[in-house]
Write a protein that binds this ligand. Structure first.
Ligand code: PAF
Length: 284
């Protein structure tokens, strides 16, 4: 069932809770693909009732980012989510979520700001305020849906670690579940932003997974020196790539690694033909 208001979600959830049912939430920005489908599937398996939110959240986009042109495909999203067994697709307007006049600024909104250490690195370095916007909307979705479980993809690994920190620090009664990255047969991690790539772009985009797989292969051969591992990536990059970061951090707390080990998460962000893509791999 497609609903657009917070009240409709709350009314349904109230009834479900009365019946003692468990609720899962799958927060998305729509343009659903097989990666989202895997999250919804997992939620349907684990929970009695599932809410999928479809909301392109304005406050997590910077002024120069792609908020306006972000793909919006609500009809197809509803079909896909309902086909897998989602009970509610919640697609609010920005006004419904934030009220008139508040939505493009955190200045007029009570918001959730994750710790500086977690946001002052990786994607947060260039996407200033991004994780405030993510945490704020996700906290709102948790409050609206009263969900017992929240489902997120490992592709946004920094986001998942930050959301877990938020849930822990604010005692939110929910368990977050991280689901594996879904890839095209070529290795390209699925992303709604892949829609911006043409055929040549898609070929150049393979560099991200190739770099990560190559680093893991080198690590498996015994190389743990991070500079040496980074060096091996250069051969995959050409003039169509603008590498933003390639970092080695602890998989649980995002602390920088001095040497690669089994707990190392390698994350990459790279513009490919101007499209910003991210990917990551765990070395274990
Ligand atoms: O990962 C996303 O798609 C978004 O950041 C999220 C979690 C739906 C919040 O808008």
């Amino acid at each position: 069932m497609l609903v657009h208001t917070i009240k409709e979600v709350r009314d349904n959830v109230k009834q479900w809770k009365k019946e003692g049912l468990t609720v899962g939430v799958v927060p998305t920005m729509g343009a659903l693909h097989a990666g989202h489908a895997s999250l919804i599937k997992k939620a349907v398996e684990k929970c009695d009732k599932v809410v999928v939110s479809v909301f392109v959240n304005p406050i997590q986009f910077g002024p120069a980012e792609d908020y306006d042109k972000y793909p919006r495909t609500l009809d197809a999203d509803v079909k896909l989510a309902e086909g897998i067994g989602a009970d509610i697709i919640f697609a609010p307007s920005p006004d419904e979520m934030y009220g008139k006049g508040q939505r493009l600024s955190n200045d007029t909104l009570t918001y959730v700001a994750p710790p500086y250490f977690y946001v002052n690195k990786l994607c947060g370095k260039t996407r200033v305020g991004h994780f405030d916007g993510v945490c704020t909307v996700v906290m709102k979705l948790f409050n609206i849906t009263q969900a017992d479980y929240g489902f997120f993809g490992q592709k946004d690994a920094q986001q998942f670690i930050i959301l877990n920190k938020m849930v822990h620090d604010l005692n939110v009664p929910i368990e977050l579940i991280e689901c594996p990255i879904v890839r095209e047969p070529s290795g390209l991690a699925l992303s709604s932003r892949n829609k911006y790539l043409d055929e040549k772009g898609k070929v150049d985009a393979l560099a991200l997974s190739q770099i990560l797989n190559n680093i893991k292969a080198c690590y498996n051969k015994g190389i743990t020196d991070i500079s040496a591992l980074k060096e091996t990536s250069l051969k995959f990059l050409n003039e169509n790539h603008d590498l933003e970061y390639l970092e080695f951090v602890d998989k649980d707390n995002l602390e920088d690694k001095t040497k690669a080990d089994d707990n190392t998460l390698v994350l990459i962000a790279c513009r490919v033909h101007g499209v910003r893509l991210i990917d990551n791999i765990l070395l274990k």
